[in-house]
Design a protein. Structure first.
Length: 218
């Protein structure tokens, strides 16, 4: 997983509340288990017209927001089903951080496990940032100092638990966290081999059954 330390980029304003995961990536795109290639399906029902052409009324289809790295959204972002394809689609599009007053719990945790930073901020701060983002200005997110630097240079602190911050700063998903304990795992297995060696012995192959005798000729 890619490390997240600081991020500077265009922030796209999407001041909509209750954006659910089916809006983020509609169900017809859930057939794949690959994490790449889903960016084209992000917000598909809002980004595309019925004829399949881009709808330039939608914010992410317009410059400079088509290159946005940050999304500023409304409350309860990511509600609905628990599909992990939602953060995959956002990441594949290029979004690495989302600022909103609140998030659905499962979506929030799925973001952290995929290297994306969900930032909870007060309603007033989100509204002010939404207005600033309308002009395509850049924001900077400093995870180490737990703050967002607005285009006017003002820092705004945000809360994040130490564990989630540690995982993002070091690029650790669930597998990475396990591999951090490799030395302890090896030590445990070495001791277990001494006290319970049968757990590590290969099972003996069963003897092959004798072939059935051919029927006698009449």
């Amino acid at each position: 997983m890619e490390k997240f330390t600081t991020l500077t980029g265009i922030a796209a304003p999407l001041p909509m509340v209750n954006v659910d995961t089916d809006m983020i990536i509609p169900k017809q795109y859930l057939k794949t288990i690959k994490r790449t290639g889903l960016g084209k399906a992000l917000f598909a029902e809002m980004r595309y017209k019925p004829d399949g052409k881009l709808d330039f009324a939608f914010i992410l289809n317009r410059m400079p927001f088509k290159d946005a790295k940050i999304l500023i959204a409304g409350a309860n972002f990511g509600c609905g089903s628990s599909r992990e394809h939602a953060p995959w689609a956002l990441l594949d599009f290029g979004i690495r951080a989302i600022i909103a007053p609140s998030f659905a719990d499962i979506f929030f945790n799925n973001c952290l496990k995929n290297g994306m930073l969900p930032i909870v901020m007060g309603e007033r701060d989100v509204q002010e940032m939404t207005r600033e983002a309308q002009d395509g200005k850049e924001f900077t997110i400093d995870l180490e100092r737990r703050r967002v630097i607005r285009p006017n240079g003002a820092p705004v602190p945000f809360p994040i638990d130490d564990f989630g911050r540690h995982c993002l700063l070091n690029g650790l998903d669930d597998i990475g966290l396990t591999l951090e304990k490799t030395a302890d795992i090896d030590k445990f297995e070495d001791e277990q081999r001494k006290t319970q060696p049968w757990l590590y012995s290969a099972p003996k192959a069963e003897a092959a059954a004798p072939a059935a005798a051919a029927p006698a000729a009449s």
